[in-house]
Design a protein around this ligand. Sequence first.
Ligand code: HEM
Length: 366
Amino acid sequence: MISALRAPLRRAAVQASRSVRASAQPAARQYSTAPAAKSNAGLWIGLGAAVAAGGGYYLYSKDLTPAEAGKEAATAGKTGVAIAKNYAGFKPTKEDYQKVYNRIAEIMEVDGYDDNSYGPVLVRLAWHSSGTYDKETNTGGSNYATMRFAPESLHAANNGLNVARAVLQKVHDEFPWISYGDLWTLGGVAAIQEMGGPKVPWRPGRIDGFDKDVTPDGRLPDATKAQDHLRHIFYRMGFNDQEIVALSGAHALGRCHPDRSGFEGPWTFSPTSVTNEYFKLLLDEKWVWRKWNGPAQYQDKKTGTLMMLPSDFALVQDKKFKEWVVKYAKDEELFFNDFSKVIVKLFELGVPEKQWATEPWIMDSA
Ligand code: HEM
């Protein structure tokens, strides 16, 4: 399909789904058995080695102090040095990153996986790699891509993200000069834009860390909990109430999987389109507890095919959160603007200012 047509077509499909909701059926579920991403240790070690070799590859870290460069280099191995030599002098431009974006967009749509798209799980990977940020200790966030390492890769909150990491590993094999943090966040940006969402400005600059940088378990939100917990978790990252609600609009996308979180089902009838449907449904539908053997979750009374997590429902139970749910349900443009801004902030959490070499770019849709 001519890609320029993709987003408008999707949006038309969303409009259609709004008018014929009752006939919409969740797609058949198939759970990927894709293996966990291979470690490719030599390649990311190569980044540190390039610094040590002063090879000029490391252009996005403008002014690493010798101590920082030494820290990176100390863990670099011989393989890394060899690989770094191949990259020395290679300075990726916006066009190079656009090629990576295009490749991600190309492999995103796939028959037989969930709703025929890896888009939602790519957004979740980018979010979980960024949402570990703690502003007090200035640890976590998207900088080091620590989810490559156990135990973070095995944290229950990250169940199923091996699928997204494996998909992006294929892209990394083709573009081995990109850092994993840049690749995963670019994956999130590509997914949002290609699924009809707003443009999300993005810039490179994240570096690959080491297993010592892995974040402790418990930094991501628990879906069984409500507003106090949401505030505790998201304030820690530096977000306010409005931003918490805007971020939650991402649940227009994707679905819950019993073999990952234990919950089941999609939030909206259009799980591969970025829309404000999540907010509309939260307000307009009657939500009842689902009677089943799984964890407590809501289902829509009318069709019984949609779901809300207890943490989603908290957004309409809390007065301050609800004000924003109402605004975003009424005004999709407002939601798109705020969503774009808050995603930029999310994806840049934990990256030191000095690592950015450029103002954010708008990547072209594929
Ligand atoms: C507010 C607190 C949040 C909680 C408690 C929460 C919880 C969850 C849970 C339990 C799942 C299902 C995982 C599975 O079974 O596959 C999920 C999926 C998802 N979440 Fe969240 N989430 C939250 C916020 C966010 C944010 C801020 C974003 C992005 C900005 C996001 C994006 C997604 C996406 C796109 C999926 C679908 C993944 C797929 O289809 O594979 N979530 N979330």
